[in-house]
Design a protein around this ligand. Sequence first.
Ligand code: 4AD
Ligand code: MG
Length: 444
Amino acid sequence: NYSVISSVLEKPNIGDDTEVKGWVRNLRVMKGVVFADVSDGSCAQRLQVVIPKDLKTDALTYGSSVHVSGILSKTPKGQVELVANKVKVLGECVVLDGYPFNPRTVHPPEYMRQFLHLRSRTNYISAILRVRNSVTRHIHDYFAAHNYIHINTPILTSNDCEGAGEVFKVQPDSSATVKAMMQEGKDTDSAYFGSKTFLSVSGQLHLEAVCRGMGNVYTLGPTFRAENSRSRLHLSEFYMLEAEAAFCDSLDQLQELIEGLLKHVLVQTRNSNEADLFIIDKANASPPVWIDKKFITLSYDEARNILEKKHLDVTEEGINKEQELALVEYCNGTPVFVVRWPKNLKSFYMKECADDNSKVEALDLLTPITGEVVGGSLREDDYEKLKQKLPSEALNWYLELRKFGNIPTGGFGLGLERLLQVVCSVNNIKDTLPFPRWPHNCDM
Ligand code: 4AD
Ligand code: MG
């Protein structure tokens, strides 16, 4: 029968018997009294607990977990505090045994990353994880308000949607399964019950199938990419929000939806998690410049010309990360849509531009900190054109979607972790989820 600290602080019943459970994040030992700042993870704020000296035991240290009972009071300055009459240490924390954190040091994120199993005890990571929780909720609210249905797309799949060859293969590891497959003469090396199977790089193709039966749909799920990148912007496993808009025949419609989404998430998060944002980066006290600016749109050719004037020539590989960030800077930090991309730089499913068959109706949204945060397009709805570009016969089911009651659709994918980088001002993507996976880092 104890209270959560966020509710104690939100609606303090001064004078009431109150119990809380949590961790000691700071301890100040004075003459007759000890002050302990207790956090239970429910909010950015800690509850100050006043402990008479005779209740202080050796076990009550920084980092220990405690159950405190007392009377809720107010300091002369109006701060809520709990005056303890009983303190039980639930779990000791002996710093000398190797506890990596202490309250006097500012631990850099790189340092905390060495202790993935312990770092949710830090202010920085716990604040980000609370924001992550809220951002997910705000995303669901936004799509509900826009009449989108949330569905789940498969994680095991036989398609490499993006065609970039950055898939993780799934293989059986059960000897019974392997034996049975060998008896059937099946290739056990690259196979999941006899056919090639991967961890999904995108749920888009499945989303498109359901969109052609149910209208607007979206999914928010784990996505896997075997990119050999240890950059501050790439993970092997990340969460992608993907939406598919029914009866959508212009990029403008998608851009409006995406811009509305980003602004909704930013504004709502600043309401729901103001204190967390401030813990993550003090500069978050003021909102980013773009909060009430219209996003900018540039065609790929315009973007390339701008970059060339800055002596950042774009090669046939396309716009690179440095160039993405230079474009955002050119736009004074306002997010910028780059639209109408060369066909050869983008995936097979994108719709050709009606007035230029070397281009496709694709968009990337670039923001400060991350550069690309969203990739999207209109989908090729011409059966014959799609058939010619289809990378494999295994995708005949996808082609068939265009045969029966087809409709124009468009959609996009947004990396949840990159969005968190933008919303919270977090430099490294590995700090936006509890257990990041990147090349050679999957042990914990
Ligand atoms: O641009 P991408 O590859 O687009 C797609 O996968 C489309 N099928 C989406 C769609 O239209 N339904 O990826 C979309 C976004 C990127 O803009 C980026 O934010 C994020 O996913 N992303 C990654 N995030 C973290 N680590 C990685 N390795 C990422 N790769 C892509
Ligand atoms: Mg992309």
